[in-house]
Design a protein around this ligand. Structure first.
Ligand code: MV4
Length: 446
């Protein structure tokens, strides 16, 4: 087992990783930017190394500085958390070259899944359902138009290097195709330095349901059930829950098996997520595969009683997985509490937290790095806490969430707590009938 792990991240996820390391008797090294000098991850780790000034590209994305920090402290592994360098194939390769175990995917795997068209073709060959569309990249506009005519409108153009919805265009009729093609390619080229595009039938009002998987170094893989992440705004998830209110035992079995097929086909090592779009007929299609731990992992941990960070570390250390699939025994919901003003287009609201009261009691978990007197820097993600409730049923988990939200006091900055309070009262949310379109019609009441 590793003796020392460097955590190449900040905020709540850095704390989350340190907590598991402590329980596993593994020494921890925090890295921090000058903006994070007073952060809890710096205080909770055994050692801490400053890696640069506030901008991410100079600190949490600064590969030479992070590798230097790992070398001077004798780290034998690096945990990248989510975001930052977690899906950076160069970083994964550089860690390997330095004899440091990257607790995440291999460079080849990151590249294979990071190229969305390639990932889709790989999954199609493995027998995982994919959305009808082009076979690989579109060579030119004419081919795109021909395929669109064949599969029928609406269609969606997607950048193969895409992410966060960038370089994506829905095309409702042939007359709109050329303009969409030009602008999507231009956007993708500028954002990713890669303007490769592929085409799919557009699925209207789908649900985003993802399957948590784990694979070990010996080719074995299992699934750990689903998370429903359909409630998003501008490709940012606001709330996640498991089980999905849309799920049936039969569908879970089918999607779980498809996810295992996906993981086994690429000999996936580590924990990962296979994202699916599910249409109103409960037909599901591969969308993307994430090769990192995700923000919303705690809801899965809570319903199956399983430490996913511990599993990541064990897999990286060469310990085989049991191979059992896990099914939810409870219901869990996560509300992402962001320092944003939900009454003004969710605009970021960094600043100093003057008063803090964190909810507790039965069925409540809070993963957060904030404290009274903490100043949220403007340089990073606005998520400041994850409020997770766990209960025997969905209705009870919602009731616990309402109770926990009412106890949560954060003063000094605006937060998304009022949004979540209104969401818990929303009829569509309570019925569980929401889709990825939900936030387009949601309006905050004053
Ligand atoms: C789609 C789609 C409908 N049909 N593909 C959004 C980001 C990227 N991961 C893929 N996305 C979508 N792909 C087809 N063929 C709708 C979306 C989509 C979406 C998906 C999941 C969660 C929220 C979303 C919001 C808008 C669009």
């Amino acid at each position: 087992m590793f003796k020392k792990i460097l955590i190449a991240n900040r905020g709540e996820i850095a704390l989350r990783i340190i907590r598991t390391c402590k329980e596993m008797n593994i020494q921890t090294i925090a890295v921090y930017s000058t903006a994070d000098k007073e952060s809890l991850h710096v205080r909770f780790a055994d050692e801490a190394v400053c890696i640069g000034p506030p901008p991410s590209r100079d600190s949490y994305l600064n590969i030479p500085n992070i590798i230097a920090a790992a070398e001077i402290t004798n780290a034998d592994a690096i945990h990248p958390g989510y975001g930052f360098l977690s899906e950076n194939s160069k970083f994964s390769a550089i860690c390997a070259e330095h004899g440091i175990k990257f607790i995440g995917a291999t460079p080849d795997m990151i590249d294979a899944m990071g190229d969305k068209s390639n990932a889709k073709e790989t999954m199609k060959r493995a027998g995982v359902p994919t959305i009808p569309g082009s076979d690989g990249l579109l060579s030119d506009l004419k081919t795109g138009l021909d395929i669109a005519k064949e599969i029928g409108y609406p269609v969606i153009l997607k950048a193969t290097a895409g992410g966060g919805g960038r370089g994506m265009r829905i095309v409702w009729k042939p007359e709109e195709f050329e303009a969409a093609w030009d602008s999507a390619r231009q956007e993708a080229g500028a954002a990713f330095g890669n303007d490769g595009m592929y085409l799919e039938k557009y699925i209207e009002e789908p649900r985003h349901i993802e399957i948590q998987i784990a694979g070990d170094q010996y080719g074995k893989a299992c699934h750990l059930s689903e998370r429903d992440c359909s409630i998003q705004r501008r490709h940012q998830k606001l709330i996640e829950e498991t089980p999905s209110p849309f799920m049936t035992e039969e569908l879970r079995e089918e999607m779980g098996n498809a996810a295992i097929k996906a993981a086994t086909a690429v000999r996936y090592e580590g924990v990962g997520t296979v994202e699916f779009l599910v249409d109103k007929h409960r037909k599901f299609y591969f969308m993307e595969m994430n090769t990192r731990i995700q923000v919303e992992h705690p809801i899965t941990e809570e319903v199956i009683n399983y430490d996913l960070i511990k599993e990541q570390i064990k897999i990286a250390a060469g310990i085989p997985i049991s191979g059992n699939n896990y099914f939810p025994k409870l219901h869990a919901i996560e509300c992402r509490i962001n320092a944003e003003d939900p009454y003004h287009d969710f605009r970021p609201a960094p600043g100093k937290i003057t008063t803090l009261h964190v909810p507790g009691g039965h069925g409540v978990r809070v993963d957060s790095h904030i404290y009274a007197g903490y100043t949220i820097p403007p340089n990073y993600d606005s998520m400041i806490a994850k409020l997770i409730t766990i209960a025997q049923s969905r209705e009870e988990a919602i009731n616990t969430m309402e109770r926990a939200l009412s106890e949560f006091v954060i003063e000094g900055v605006k937060t998304t707590i009022p949004f979540h309070q209104q969401l818990m009262k929303n009829e569509n949310f309570r019925k569980g009938t929401y889709t990825t379109k939900f936030m387009e019609s949601f309006k905050m009441e004053e």
